[in-house]
Design a protein around this ligand. Structure first.
Ligand SMILES: [Zn+2]
Length: 107
């Protein structure tokens, strides 16, 4: 069995015959790193896990249906800004700002 280099500490080590794909040496620190990496890969690769997470977020929103309504109530500026954007107030403001246009030249 050829020696391999530990994926964590870089030391050469002898993989066990039962685990030829072993990439971490027997050092407890490296074994801990191996478990952490496994966990990370599981988080990224496991669609069930991701789905669970999305589902629990959805469940949270279902348990807190007033969250967004309360947010808008407590942040009137936010709601007002949203309404103003929909009305597109820039055009109205422009005509209101120049009500005297043309008066002086009408004489
Ligand atoms: Zn190691």
């Amino acid at each position: 069995m050829p020696e391999k280099l530990c994926a964590h500490c870089g030391s050469p080590f002898q993989p066990r015959p039962q685990v030829p794909s072993q990439t971490f040496c027997a050092d407890p620190v490296c074994q801990k790193a191996r478990r952490q990496r496994w966990h990370l890969e599981k988080l990224q690769a496991d669609p069930d896990y991701r789905e669970n997470k999305a589902r629990s977020q959805k469940a949270w929103l279902e348990r807190n249906p007033d969250y967004w309504r309360r947010y808008r109530d407590e942040n009137p500026d936010y709601a007002e800004r949203n309404r103003a954007m929909q009305r597109s107030p820039t055009r109205q403001a422009a005509s209101k700002d120049h009500p005297a246009h043309g008066i002086q030249t009408n004489r």
